[in-house]
Ligand binder design. Structure first.
Ligand code: B12
Length: 213
């Protein structure tokens, strides 16, 4: 990782919310785009922590404090991302959430924010959302798009179930469905009946535009 990111990485790893926020602000003030900081520092750091967690080098509380720092960093970045938004033309309404049984929301929130900045009206249902609740909300708001995020293997069947429910109801059968998150691959997504997949927030925006065009 580039040296300029090491202080931020350390703050995430050590669970230092205040110094994480301060360092994020410093990096932004030095002219680095927030999206670049996420892709080149925040995400690789979380991936490293995930690997260490899987190999029992670190434990759940370590992930929890890292997650708290990243949430604070996202709050610092948000106004800058919004300020950089192009002229906002309404591109459509999208419902977004994390799959049933899954509490991870860092990636979902990044996708939500980037979609918002790029002109989508976002309806964020949060985390751990049952297929029925997603389908009901999509019908209620007459969604153009549903975005499902899944980080946990055991939750992937619920994503598939959600897609089946949306596509099987006359009220929502034309809604486009986009999926993403750590264990999701393009092949899995298409097999599960999704219309699109992306592996990061910028890709999610590009795919969303393509799907609603
Ligand atoms: C931080 C973290 C946590 C935090 C979450 C904090 C939060 N507010 O989200 C906490 C500590 C709460 C946590 C809890 C748990 N975690 Co956890 N966690 C992680 C970790 C380290 C990082 C996840 C993350 O935020 N990544 C960064 C974001 C930006 O990446 P992302 O989510 O993939 O999103 C990007 C793309 O995928 C894409 N994207 C995301 N969503 C969508 C949606 C659409 C539509 C599109 C198009 C794109 C898209 O765009 C995003 C931006 O680039 C991962 C490791 C990893 N490698 O992912 C483990 C990991 C996901 N966790 C794991 C586990 C096992 C757990 C626990 C079960 C642990 C436990 N024993 O309790 C619990 C889960 C409880 C539950 N029911 O959900 C496992 C999951 C294994 C699996 N695949 O089944 C992982 C992979 C760690 C590991 N290697 O074992 N975790």
């Amino acid at each position: 990782m580039e040296e300029k990111y090491l202080t931020l990485k350390e703050a995430i790893v050590d669970g230092e919310v205040e110094s994480g926020s301060e360092e994020m602000q410093k990096l932004i003030d030095s002219g680095i785009e927030p999206a670049e900081i996420f892709s080149n520092c925040v995400e690789p750091t979380l991936n490293d922590l995930g690997d260490k967690f899987a190999s029992l080098e670190i434990f759940l509380p370590d992930l929890m404090i890292a997650g708290e720092v990243v949430e604070a960093i996202q709050i610092v970045a948000e106004p800058y991302l919004k300020a950089g938004a192009a002229e906002v033309v309404n591109k459509g309404t999208a419902v977004i959430c994390t799959a049933y049984g899954d509490l991870h929301d860092i990636g979902k929130n990044m996708v939500n924010l980037m979609m918002q900045v790029n002109g989508f009206k976002m309806v964020d249902l949060g985390v751990d959302i049952a297929p029925k609740a997603v389908a009901a909300k999509a019908a209620e708001v007459n969604a153009d798009l549903v975005c499902l995020s899944g980080l946990m293997m055991p939750s992937l069947p619920y994503i598939e179930e959600t897609i089946g429910m949306l596509k099987g109801d006359s009220l929502t059968q034309n809604v486009k469905v986009m999926v993403g998150g750590g264990p999701v691959t393009e092949g899995w997504a298409i097999n599960a009946g999704a219309d699109g997949y992306a592996d990061d927030a910028a890709g999610a925006v590009a795919k969303a535009m393509e799907l609603v065009a």
